[in-house]
Design a protein around this ligand. Structure first.
Ligand SMILES: [Zn+2]
Length: 239
């Protein structure tokens, strides 16, 4: 693998993740200084991101912080770097490295942002969007004896179905679906003629503070959403 191929791979590394190509890429990064520096910047950024932005809202001054992070990484590199080519090398590095860093950070930021729920509003908005899609059921309530088991065989987290003590509310069926990038359990209820949707989310996918058993009520478009957390589950009820 040469530098160009390495960079091509680097940009698409989430998709191109087969063992062969990954070990080829690592081999190249090991032997190529420029590419390994790029790799290092990416790892540093990733670590900084994990440390600084975990469980927090996206701050307003994020772009400034990205710039500062790049500057600080660049300064560290400058202090510790070994002598390099007098011509071309330095200026290429000066312009290319921050550009790579920004690109890597933006990509990382985008994928991080979609992989988790970052606010109660986001859960509400995605639930309402899914509710309005009118997705078909994958099973009817009377056809499945153990609904938790049905989900356990299809989702990566154990689903517990809440006791919703509301008179006239009837469970009619369910399916799995996606809210953003996350797979969730989706239960269909009816109250009279009204269609009500319940989404069951793994709390590991929630990256904001949520009090146990506190109900968050949000109006969205023509819907009302109740969101609450109970143990390992976060529930979002759309009506
Ligand atoms: Zn290279």
């Amino acid at each position: 693998m040469n530098c160009q191929e390495y960079r091509e791979w680097f940009r698409k590394r989430e998709i191109l993740s087969s063992e062969g190509i990954v070990s080829e890429a690592y081999l190249h990064a090991k032997t190529c200084k420029e590419c390994s520096v790029m790799n290092k910047i990416d790892t540093d950024i990733e670590n900084k991101f994990r440390k600084e932005l975990y469980m927090r809202e996206v701050p307003d001054g994020l772009l400034n912080r990205i710039e500062l992070n790049i500057k600080s990484i660049y300064n560290v590199k400058k202090r510790t770097s070994v002598p390099r080519l007098k011509h071309g090398g330095t200026s290429l590095w000066k312009t290319a490295a921050p550009a790579f860093a920004v690109a890597a950070m933006v990509l990382l930021f985008i994928s991080y942002n979609f992989a988790y729920f970052r606010s109660v509003e986001e859960v509400g908005r995605l639930s309402v969007e899914s509710h309005m899609e009118n997705l078909p059921m994958m099973f009817k309530a009377e056809e499945v004896k153990d609904i938790s088991l049905w989900f356990r065989e299809r989702l990566s987290f154990p689903v517990s179905i809440p006791e919703i003590g509301e008179s006239g509310l009837k469970l009619v069926g369910g399916r799995k679906c996606k809210l953003g990038r996350n797979e969730v359990a989706y239960l269909f209820y009816k109250k009279g003629d009204k269609r009500i949707s319940l989404y069951v989310i793994d709390t590991k996918k929630i990256k904001y503070e949520m009090e146990d058993n506190k109900k968050y009520h949000l109006p969205f478009k023509e819907c009302e959403v109740d969101i609450w957390k109970s143990g390992d589950m976060v529930y979002s009820l759309v009506r």
